[in-house]
Ligand binder design. Structure first.
Ligand SMILES: [Zn+2]
Length: 182
């Protein structure tokens, strides 16, 4: 059955906005620039398994990030590791989402989190999967492209592992794709 009777227009958009407000409690305070989107203290705490209360300082260089965790010697973490974490976190989150085919031209998908009931609309746009969520908007704004967990849920639904695999000729504009994907 086509799902064309789903609510559209302002009422739908405003209900989505309300859900955004409810869901947007994660990391948003530090999502201010391209760098802090990926090379964040929150990311390094997750990568190192540290509690949120541990003071961390970061300093970005060309290929590496200087990381200081209170009580430890400073160390360098490669930017590739941060990018891999960025992608893998969204891929892992995508596993609990459900995808419904909505409309076919262009292909559109409704991605739902069964736990929270939040919905996001993902639209195939040639070389990208646009989403109406805040994470995707931040990635578009500060990285110029990206893929959110809803986009990864659609890729999974379609049988692809990454945005690069999905694109024609394996063209990979998503520099967020893990470097060591093999
Ligand atoms: Zn999204």
């Amino acid at each position: 059955m086509p799902c064309e009777d789903l609510p559209t227009g302002e009422s739908w958009r405003s209900s989505v906005a309300l859900r955004h407000a409810r869901d947007s409690n994660e990391d948003n305070s530090v999502m201010a620039t391209r760098s802090t989107l990926v090379y964040s203290a929150a990311a390094i705490r997750r990568m190192m398994g540290l509690p949120a209360s541990v003071p961390v300082q970061l300093r970005e260089f060309l290929d590496v990030v200087w990381v200081w965790v209170k009580g430890d010697r400073p160390t360098f973490v490669s930017k590739a590791d941060f990018k891999r974490h960025f992608v893998e976190r969204r891929q892992a989150a995508a596993e609990s989402l459900t995808v419904i085919d909505w409309l076919s031209d262009p292909p559109r998908y409704m991605v739902t989190n069964p736990e929270t009931g939040s919905n996001h609309l993902v639209v195939e746009q040639g070389d990208r999967l646009d989403c109406d969520c805040e994470d995707y908007q931040w990635q578009q704004r500060f990285i110029g492209r990206g893929c959110c967990k809803h986009g990864y849920a659609v890729l999974r639904y379609l049988g692809f592992d990454s945005l690069g695999d999905f694109l024609p000729g394996n063209f990979s504009p998503d520099e967020m794709r893990p470097a060591a994907n093999a």
